[in-house]
Design a protein around this ligand. Sequence first.
Ligand code: GLU
Length: 306
Amino acid sequence: MPAATPGPRAGRYAPSPSGDLHLGNLRTAILAWVLARRTGRTFHLRVEDLDRVQEGAAQRQLEDLAALGLDWDGEVVRQSERGADHEAAIGSLTAQGLVYECYCTRREILEAPSAPHAPPGAYPGTCRDLSPAEREAGRVRMRELRREPALRLRAEVTEWSVQDLWEGEVRGAVDDLVLRRGDGVVAYNLAVVVDDAAAGVDQVARGDDLLSSAPRQAHLAHLLGLPEPTYAHVPLALNTAGARLAKRDGAVTLRDRLAAGESAADVVERIGESLGLAGCRSAADLLEAWDPAGMSRRPWVVDLPA
Ligand code: GLU
């Protein structure tokens, strides 16, 4: 496994191109950019297109981020083009004896009794210690199902700690997470670690729905001999009913807001207000006014004019 590229410290925004970014996503992107730019980091964009790709969405996302005044360093990275590094990481873990094949279907995992002391939802370890004959039977079954066995991490710890800008030390579960799925696609948890390290990312800013994944990702970085980043998990945006903001909540994308007669500056101002920064009409204004200590840790309830 090649070491992480040395270079300036970096931040990033890494959207999945599954559709247009909504106001909550745009706010996270702005925060990631402000955090990087205020701390002398470079800022990178990565399109996480291993999964959930909607035709044209990546291009629209980049256009929207640029329209809000964000800029980025270097080429936009497409995760789907980083397969060689992902496979090298799986090779490194395999060489350390830390990878095993898993023949379970999703349903079998859901129905299996959980292992004692395992966190809820953790893989019960069904395929962790199979005999050679049991493995052969598993492979035969996979061929019948026309699937590859998934590859899982043979985790040797059950917990790991990370540092979050707002939450401080966060200790969380590590389990036998999937490294490569049964459909052959490299798992997000592995790809994110490898790609962040390759770009020199040492602070990962993103939505706080991923806070609970940070310990397992940092542990993977540790196992791969990569620097463990710190984190800045940003509160999510909610609708007025308290559910996570989604496209069906109405005119919630930049293009929707423009169609409703607002300008990009109006959208920036609205996002600034949610961060406790009034009167910021450009990304540059936000960059100047930003105070990490003043940010509300509560979710942003998006209440748009009808
Ligand atoms: N691609 C993920 C998403 O859009 C974010 C992953 C990350 O920032 O680590 O939800």
